[in-house]
Write a new protein. Structure first.
Length: 372
């Protein structure tokens, strides 16, 4: 294989694929990226056996061919080359070497046989629909903060995507929960998604997908089966296994009897929580909300740090109520609210609280209280 490619083009594609590669690998080939040069294009592929990303970029192909090279090392080399450099890549299959040249720089990397590189067959993915990139970014951004990192509850280690019915309207719904908070975001079901199975997309796949779609404005095609998901856009394809588990019946966690509405200015509230939580202990991050007629008092105390109190004017027309929350969770949720107003729908000090955007009903959050 012999090719020439512009540094910025190669760097962007490598940045996308190399982050899939685990730093520690017991299988040497999984530390490598597959480079395949054919007909004025270079295709790069990386996988960890559960997740694969493929990206195709334009290149000047002198001699078609394929090889595999250490992903992180290759990325570091290209990253350190000067801007605007033309990168020449040439492989010697017999010697198991890949030469990289740019300006006066020369590198030789050891390669591994292409035949050893695992392929992630997509299989039959019967459910196919298209989403606007902006909509997919919204679904991910507003839910992934609530994904669990507890490996024992592996079925919570991803975002649950499924078809839902909202007052007779078909919706595509994304849900994530770690047992302490829950995020539920929905949008109108795109054409072709009506019969989709409920699937749990793993945390790592979500993170890589979000990075990939950061800049795209083109629609994103999503193809699903019970076990796999494939997302295609521009010149990139992400294929991932799904979590083999049953997502809990989250509807049971969303309270229906909460009747006390606390309306706050999102920015003012978040800043006050941030200030007061400076005092709360690192372990519990507990903060108390005492709300009465038109006034909210935020407070935190800890044996090591002392105490903090701040008062805010709010909308609340009910009897006095005190409730405790994890301040970090409060800030995570309020940061997802885009309008100026946030609403807390409360029941009592020990029941789950609903948090929602004052102007956008497509997102709903549930937060478990703490004892303070």
């Amino acid at each position: 294989m012999k090719l020439t490619i512009e540094r910025a083009t190669l760097l962007k594609a490598l940045a996308h694929v190399q982050s899939v590669v685990e730093r520690r690998n017991t299988i040497p080939i999984l530390a490598n990226v597959l480079l395949d040069g054919q007909e004025n294009a270079l295709t790069l592929t990386a996988t960890d056996m559960d997740l694969a990303i493929t990206e195709t970029v334009p290149a000047e192909i002198g001699q078609a061919g394929a090889t595999t090279a250490p992903a992180h090392t290759l990325y570091d080399i290209v990253r350190k080359l000067p801007d605007g450099a033309q990168v020449e890549i040439e492989t010697d299959a017999e010697a198991g070497q890949m030469a990289i040249r740019a300006g006066r720089s020369r590198f030789n990397l050891a390669t591994l046989p292409v035949e050893d590189f695992p392929t992630m067959s997509g299989g039959d993915l019967p459910n196919v629909f298209s989403l606007e990139a902006e909509d997919l970014r919204t679904l991910i951004d507003r839910t992934r903060f609530a994904v669990s990192t507890e490996e024992t509850r592996y079925y919570l280690n991803g975002i649950y995507l499924h078809a839902a019915d909202d007052d007779g309207t078909a919706m595509l719904r994304a849900v994530a929960t770690d047992g302490h908070r829950l995020a539920r975001v929905q949008l109108s079901m795109p054409d072709g998604g009506e019969g989709m199975p409920g699937v749990i997309v793993p945390r790592k796949a979500i993170g890589e997908l979000r990075k990939l779609i950061e800049e795209t404005t083109d629609p994103v095609e999503v193809a699903l089966s019970d076990t796999r998901v494939r997302v295609t856009f521009d010149e990139a394809v992400l294929t991932s296994k799904l979590i083999d588990g049953t997502f809990p019946d989250y509807e049971r966690v969303i309270p229906t009897g909460n009747d006390k509405v606390l309306s706050v200015d999102r920015n003012t509230f978040a800043e006050a929580v941030d200030r007061v939580s400076t005092i709360s202990s690192e372990k519990s991050r507990a903060i108390k909300l005492a709300v009465g007629s038109g006034m909210l008092t935020l407070s935190a105390t800890s044996a090591e740090n002392g105490s903090a109190v701040e008062e805010l004017e709010v909308g609340f027309e009910h009897d006095q109520l005190e409730i405790g929350f994890n301040s970090r969770y409060l800030l995570d949720i309020t940061s997802q609210i885009e309008s100026d107003g946030a609403e807390f729908v409360l029941a009592d000090a020990s029941s789950p609280t609903i948090v929602r955007d004052g102007e956008d009903q497509s997102a709903l959050y549930v937060l478990m209280p703490m004892r303070v």
